[in-house]
Design a protein around this ligand. Structure first.
Ligand code: IPE
Ligand code: IPE
Ligand code: MG
Length: 243
């Protein structure tokens, strides 16, 4: 019997991406400030990451902060940035010891130097791991990612490293932040909103979607398992007619 979890659940999603939404409403329902919900939300991440191996999930990508989230109040943005720093410091040892490989996607230019230093540290510390590949989207926007990728691609053309006639569907993804990741098989959004809010626009062209009402701080490994099972019964066609 192969021990490789990829073979155990061959019909389950190999790459799950999650739009972790609903922290603010979860806090409001308890009469607490929005940041209380963000802290509760951050605590859910560990259980979800730990559930991945037994569900055959090799890649987990989570949306933590979008390029549009800067529009929130200064108090909320500063609180979130502080939470991200604390999360990395608190979780680094456990993630590294659990064989998790952490990557960050998004534009780091607008993030503060201390946070970027911690992100680099966590990526470096887990670079040798090959368990769950956890990608955290932080100051990430799909349109921003495509724009940054196009800028790099245009530079390669201008400097003679790439010919315009060679640009095709295989070329652009090599310039995206996600260049080393497979496309997500399943994208989950919590909180009842049925929109993708600028998440993985290029990569999710053929992903399956699940929109669930659960607010992110209430999301559990058991719910993830149910969604993976339901994914297993879906028929993915990629534009073809089933045989
Ligand atoms: C998601 O929860 C977390 C972030 C966007 C950072 P929200 O903060 O969007 O929560 P709601 O949607 O207002 O309930
Ligand atoms: C998407 O949620 C971003 C994250 C979960 C980090 P938002 O709450 O920002 O999305 P909208 O504003 O409802 O579309
Ligand atoms: Mg929201």
């Amino acid at each position: 019997m192969p021990k490789d979890p990829d073979n155990v659940q061959s019909r389950g999603p190999r790459h799950v991406a999650i739009i972790m939404d609903g922290n603010g409403r979860w806090a409001q329902a308890r009469g607490r400030p929005r940041l209380y919900g963000h802290h509760a939300g951050a605590r859910r991440v560990r259980e979800v990451v730990e559930a991945c191996p037994s569900l055959g999930i090799k890649y987990l990508t989570i949306f933590a902060f979008s390029t549009e989230n800067w529009k929130r109040t200064q108090v909320e943005v500063a609180g979130l940035m502080s939470l991200f720093r604390r999360y990395i410091v608190k979780e680094a040892r456990n993630l590294a010891a659990s064989g998790v490989r952490v990557r960050f996607i998004g534009d780091r230019v607008r993030l503060d130097a201390k946070l970027v230093e911690l992100m680099d540290m966590l990526e470096a510390e887990t670079a040798g791991n090959d368990g769950v590949h956890l990608t955290i989207a932080l100051n990430y926007g799909g349109r921003d990612e495509v724009a940054r990728a196009t800028k790099r691609l245009a530079r390669d053309v201008a400097e003679g490293r790439l010919r315009p006639e060679d640009v095709d569907e295989e070329t652009l993804p090599k310039y995206l932040d996600t260049r080393v990741l497979p496309d997500p098989d399943l994208v989950i959004r919590t909180s009842g909103e049925a929109r993708i809010s600028n998440f993985l626009l290029w990569q999710s062209a053929y992903s399956e979607y699940e929109f669930v009402d659960t607010l992110w701080p209430d999301f559990t490994a058991a719910e993830l398992e149910l969604l993976c099972k339901s994914y297993g019964s879906r028929e993915r066609r990629f534009g073809a007619v089933p045989a």
